[in-house]
Design a protein. Sequence first.
Length: 200
Amino acid sequence: SECHRKDIWHLVWGSPLLLVLCFYLYGELRSRCAVSALRVVTGCSVLLCLFNLLTISAADKPVAFRRGHGYGFQTDKALEFLEQNTSPGEEIFVYPYHPMYYFLAALKNPTRFSILMYGINTDAQIREAVQTLEDRQVRYVLWDTVAEGDQLKQWFPKYVQPPVKNLIMEPYLLTHFEVVGLRSGFRVLRRKDVRKAPVK
């Protein structure tokens, strides 16, 4: 299930499925070969647990957000911005990726798409999302600068960015929103016709 994205995180996240399969096969085979395979699987499981434990223990910075408290590797300035400049339940849009911000900041996605990417979503779906943003007059957009354009190939190796003339979301964002800051790799956009209190 994770072969399309061969980075370590997706292999780690997908590996528990393989462990279940290995234990099932062990029960079916019950041979000397199966016992050896079980030892290998058990050893790999222990290494996986240690890897995850070391990774989690490195996240030592306390983080408070609307949904609770946790720990991170660094302060998330984009999340701080949302908490200081929006109200719980407000609609914002995160493009093209990172739907976790809706949950962490207790905000709503005005569209029906948790991610919006060319080649994964159809042009009609992207146009629908643009129309929804316009109809609902969404005030803020977080536009990811790390996972955009050709940089998406780091996570989706077969991703193909369409030519500029075929882009749909980007021209809309550039004409209807203004950049009010750069926070944790996100361009923070505010709708041009909204003039409320200065952003913090």
